[in-house]
Ligand binder design. Structure first.
Ligand SMILES: [Ca+2]
Length: 136
């Protein structure tokens, strides 16, 4: 019995970092923004989508700060409201929603779509507009 308890503790200790590395806000953004889901232990979307540091926490990048400003208790609503505001958080010329639509980083000016704003807007509208990013 003591041996079983020891192994359960060891499993918890080994798995704890993985649990901490997958916070619910990141998973909500992946789901709501139709980003590429994690593949096993490979994290497809890093904490730096919104945070400055790879492990999350303060400080946040420009998009993360917009998200925080829109946060009123529900991360899903905050994600949607932030995109609906049509702001260009990182100042690279593309509104956050267009960057999410194109799969680039809305909080990193070095990451931006290779196609025009007009092209993205037309295709976003065809897909259903910003409402495709409402909380699921
Ligand atoms: Ca960007």
């Amino acid at each position: 019995m003591r041996k079983a308890a020891f192994w359960m503790l060891m499993v918890a200790v080994v798995l704890a970092p993985f649990a901490a590395a997958r916070p619910p806000y990141r998973l909500q953004a992946i789901n709501q923004f139709n980003l590429v889901a994690d593949r096993g232990d490979v994290r497809t979307v890093s904490c730096q989508y919104c945070h400055v540091n790879a492990n999350g926490g303060a400080p946040w990048n420009a998009f993360g700060n917009e998200l925080r400003a829109n946060f009123k208790g529900n991360i899903g609503d905050a994600l949607y409201e932030t995109l609906k505001a049509m702001k260009d958080s990182d100042g690279d010329g593309y509104a956050d929603v267009l960057e999410v639509f194109a799969g680039t980083l809305p909080g990193d000016a070095n990451s931006k779509p290779l196609v025009s704003v007009q092209f993205l807007m037309q295709n976003l509208e065809k897909a259903g507009g910003v409402d495709i990013y409402k909380a699921k």
